[in-house]
Design a protein around this ligand. Structure first.
Ligand code: FES
Length: 372
């Protein structure tokens, strides 16, 4: 190996080969550079690593690196085992509010990536070539000789990295990186159409016949008579505000968040004559009060930008616009279907209640719609 001045680099046994300047004195800076206004400090003397000079240390480093890659393979497999062993959402408070599934998947994938990264760093620090290489500037165009030189340099680099000469390291590294695809494939399975998902969880919400509609955040029930013409109210199912009085059970953690998100609704009041009900939905409104899911059917943003004169409601994410007077059909934007409607009634005390759950899945229009 040599640098740009064709000066041999120092060997494992000794100090760098010095330059001789015009005065005959030894220097680590070439003579033509020493004449420059700011002296080139040159390269520091090279220090050889134990793995460069001791075959035993070299083999030990090889084994350490291979062990890391093998451990990474084991943790990739453990990720897959964990994926099939734990139900998503089960044991949601196993540790610090995280579920067993989340913990196991995160831990195994994290350790896999850490081991591969550490192995590669170890390979670079202990076994790859450790000499300084200087490349002189070239003209912008790349003549064929340069390309050949590049290929040669690449091959030299590969040779110096020692990958070809170290089949144990090469094979375990390829194995670890290759198996890393396994967790990705398993996780992508959840995005594929088919029977991979529990569709029932997506198709139903916490709404049930007779459940009161309550104001979002504060949880107070809503009298039909107190809604003004043109009002839009953000509301939620009463079950999200359990009390001794209403008897709904307490929900916690992921389950509470999921039900809260799925049950979110908007209520508006308009002139009953403006409403164009779908067939079969003629009795889903109360004196012009109509209720829809608050979750956009594009990719699930919450909606509430309402224009009372047109009865249009706009999703702030990608501007899908729904006509609430005409069964919330899409009048603009990327959403592919109307907002699901919640059938309304009033109870004996005049409070708004649901006649039933939504009759179609709320939220983004994924493949689950085909399964209904
Ligand atoms: S999420 Fe509503 S338009 Fe995209």
């Amino acid at each position: 190996m040599s640098n740009d001045d064709n000066r041999p680099v120092n060997g494992p046994d000794g100090t760098p080969e010095p330059y001789s300047d015009e005065t005959g004195a030894d220097s680590h800076v070439p003579a033509h550079r020493a004449a420059e206004p700011i002296a080139d400090p040159g390269l520091p003397a090279h220090t050889w690593r134990p793995t460069d000079v001791d075959p035993k240390a070299e083999r030990r480093a090889e084994r350490q690196i291979a062990a890391m890659f093998i451990a990474a393979m084991v943790f990739s497999v453990l990720f897959v085992v964990a994926y099939f062993s734990f139900e998503v959402g089960d044991d949601w408070d196993t540790f610090a509010g995280m579920g067993a599934s989340t913990l196991a998947l995160g831990t195994t994938l994290g350790i896999t990536l850490l081991l591969i990264g550490t192995g590669i760093i170890h390979l670079a620090r202990k076994l790859m070539a450790d000499v300084e290489i200087v490349e002189m500037r070239h003209p912008a165009a790349s003549p064929p000789e340069d390309r050949e030189a590049t290929v040669e340099a690449l091959n030299t680099g590969l040779d110096e990295a020692g990958i070809g000469r170290r089949p144990l390291v090469r094979n375990t590294m390829l194995g670890a990186v290759g198996l890393l695809g396994l967790p990705a494939v398993v996780v992508l399975r959840d995005l594929a159409p088919g029977n991979a998902l529990d569709i029932g969880k997506l198709a139903h919400t916490i709404w049930e016949p007779g459940m009161r509609l309550v104001r979002d955040v504060v949880g107070t029930p809503i009298l039909a008579s107190e809604i003004e013409m043109g009002d839009l109210i953000n509301a939620a199912p009463e079950a999200m505000f359990p009390s001794e009085e209403n008897g709904y059970p307490e929900l916690h953690g992921a389950e509470e968040q999921a039900e809260k998100a799925k049950g979110a609704i908007i209520i508006v009041r308009m002139d009953p004559d403006d409403i164009i009900p779908l067939e079969g939905r003629e009795k889903w409104t109360v004196d012009g009060i109509i209720c829809y899911s608050k979750i956009c059917t594009h990719v699930g943003c919450p909606i509430s930008l309402y224009e009372r004169t047109t009865h249009h409601v706009l999703c702030p994410c990608h501007q899908s616009t729904f006509d609430l007077a005409d069964h919330a059909k899409v009048v603009f934007g990327p959403a592919a279907r109307p907002l699901p409607q919640l059938p309304l009634a009033v109870d004996d005390e005049g409070y708004l209640v649901a006649q039933s759950d939504f009759t179609e899945p709320i939220g983004a229009s994924y493949w689950e719609r085909e399964k209904q």
